[in-house]
Design a protein around this ligand. Structure first.
Ligand code: PRP
Ligand code: MG
Length: 213
């Protein structure tokens, strides 16, 4: 049995064409059922649905043999125990710093003020601000980061931006572009050796389906 870990939403949707290239069709719709293990047309391949930030952990500990994880999740996880053969070039977005419209971020940075930063991405945020020499008080959140500056809890957020609609709708502006994000294929290192016969065709099919740049 080969187990693939995916998260619902963009990563799931954009992985389907890659699976199709490997001859794999998911036979259940995750939006229509509460099932967490989905069958495919291939009896020896199944998909498990996990939180995006848990994909690296499932693959690291062998709960899944392979998975599709955003670069953001991989950085926060640390990437230990994972073989990372491919940038799949899907679910592209960026990690940015955003503040309330009207907050003078540049001034705060130039003045050397301590910045209150709310984020789910504490490793990325810590590395970014420490490289800039900005002192931060980090507030860890698990979602809806946009609320933190609006409620006065933080000066800035570090979050994913895709269309920019969420920032706009909440009167926030992007002031720093920290990094570009896309999703990567990750494979459990032991499985790579023990289940090579099952995994290699999938990895190869994914590789040929990804646009090369
Ligand atoms: C993500 C991200 C932003 C938004 C960006 O949130 O954290 O809030 O999407 O997308 P946009 O630029 O296209 O508007 P998500 O909806 O996944 O929820 P969460 O932050 O609560 O996990
Ligand atoms: Mg969000």
């Amino acid at each position: 049995m080969i187990t693939l870990a995916l998260s619902k939403g963009r990563i799931f949707d954009e992985t389907l064409p890659l699976l199709a290239a490997a001859g794999i069709t998911v036979t259940e719709d995750p939006e229509k059922s509460r099932k967490l293990i989905l069958a495919t047309n291939q009896p020896h391949v199944r998909v498990v649905l996990v939180r995006a930030s848990d994909v690296p952990t499932y693959v690291e500990y062998g709960g899944a043999d392979l998975g599709v994880a955003g670069k953001d999740s991989l950085i926060e996880h640390g990437g230990q125990g994972l073989f990372r053969p491919l940038d799949l070039q899907i679910a592209k977005c960026r990690v940015s710093v955003a503040v309330r419209n009207g907050f003078d971020y540049q001034e705060a940075v130039t003045q050397g003020s301590r910045l209150k930063v709310a984020t789910k991405y504490t490793s990325i945020a810590r590395d970014f601000f420490s490289a800039k020499g900005v002192h931060v008080d980090m507030i860890k959140l698990y979602g809806s980061m946009e609320l933190a500056p609006l409620t006065g809890m933080a000066d800035a957020i570090v979050d994913l931006v895709s269309t920019g609609n969420t920032l706009k709708a909440n009167d926030l502006v992007e002031v720093e572009h920290i990094m570009d994000i896309s999703s990567h294929l990750v494979v459990n290192q032991a499985a790579l050796k023990l289940k090579q016969a099952g995994l290699k065709p999938i990895i190869d099919a994914f590789a040929s389906a990804v646009p090369q740049d």
